[in-house]
Design a protein around this ligand. Structure first.
Ligand code: FE2
Length: 296
């Protein structure tokens, strides 16, 4: 005997209030929703492993002719782990090498979920072949897995880690400063110290995992010409015409994806190549960027 008369009543109502055709329709609808969800997940998973190459021209004031046409390949948010395999990362590296970049910039979040992925990730990144060098900064996930471990692994394969450091590139006497800042959440970067004594008219290009960092420069009235960032994954899941339901940023959608500006500073936020949370992307495929510097 059913101890719950209300449920018994509802059950009887279900059986008596819907015709057999109606019940069949509801069952078919439920099956369709389940199938669509699975198909959607499959589609989102496939998209998350279909990396796209974006070509972006970056105009820089006072760019010396020697650096006109310099190319920088940008790879970010690899998140090597259960969702992002070494084979997929190797495909990304091969695609980037095929562009023959002068520099490669890696803007953090190398692994996801387990520090056992750090060394294998560095091994694949050792296959990068830029003409001048590979430069990197750390992201918040690198701190979750142990910033020291990540730093040692990157340095082991001769990647130049710029943790609140800068490197001056010189070509036939012309100069360009490359700056790297520590993670916005876990580091303690002094932007004025970092920029100290760099001539105002010398181009300054910055690597910063979190695009919100551009506001740190603005609030100190400091200036960099161009910043390369990741972190947001472009939202990872975007809804056409509406954008991403969630962006991990204090500035909402302002620096969520692509090229944006803060005062006179330009910033590009790449969608990155990996995923976190669910291994899916919608309307937001993974991205490798190839920048080409041009004088303004
Ligand atoms: Fe990330």
């Amino acid at each position: 005997m059913n101890k719950f008369p209300l449920l018994r009543g509802l059950s009887q109502k279900w059986q008596t209030s819907f015709s057999p055709q109606r019940r069949k329709f509801i069952k078919l609808s439920a099956a369709a929703i389940t199938t669509t969800g699975a198909a959607g997940f499959g589609y989102g998973y496939a998209v998350s492993h279909s990396v796209a190459l974006s070509h972006v021209d970056v105009t820089i004031r006072h760019l010396p002719p020697e650096f006109n046409g310099l190319t920088i390949g940008h790879l970010s948010d690899i998140h090597h782990g259960i969702y992002t395999s070494a084979d997929y990362l190797r495909r990304c590296v091969t695609l980037l090498n095929a562009q023959q970049p002068d520099l490669v910039a890696l803007t953090g979040d190398f692994t996801y979920g387990n520090r056992a992925y750090i060394e294998p990730c560095a091994d694949v990144l050792s296959e990068l072949r830029p003409r001048i060098g590979t430069y990197a900064v750390l992201g918040n996930h690198d701190y979750y897995q142990g910033a020291g471990h990540v730093a040692r692994a990157l340095r082991r394969v001769n990647i130049n880690l710029l943790l609140d450091e800068r490197e001056r590139l010189e070509l036939r006497g012309a100069k360009l400063s490359l700056l790297g800042v520590d993670d916005l959440y876990y580091g303690s970067t002094d932007v004025l110290k970092l920029l100290h004594d760099i001539p105002a008219d010398e181009p300054k290009i910055t690597l910063a995992h979190n695009p919100d960092f551009i506001e740190e420069f603005a609030v100190k009235n400091a200036h960099v010409d161009f910043m390369m960032s990741g972190h947001t994954h472009g939202g990872q899941i975007r809804i056409p015409l509406l954008g991403a339901p969630h962006i991990d940023s204090d500035y909402g959608q302002r620096y969520a994806i692509g090229m944006n500006q803060c005062r006179e500073m330009r910033i590009y936020t790449t969608r990155g190549v990996g995923t976190i949370g669910l291994p899916v992307r919608f309307d937001c495929p993974p991205e490798i960027v190839l920048y080409r510097l041009q004088p303004a």
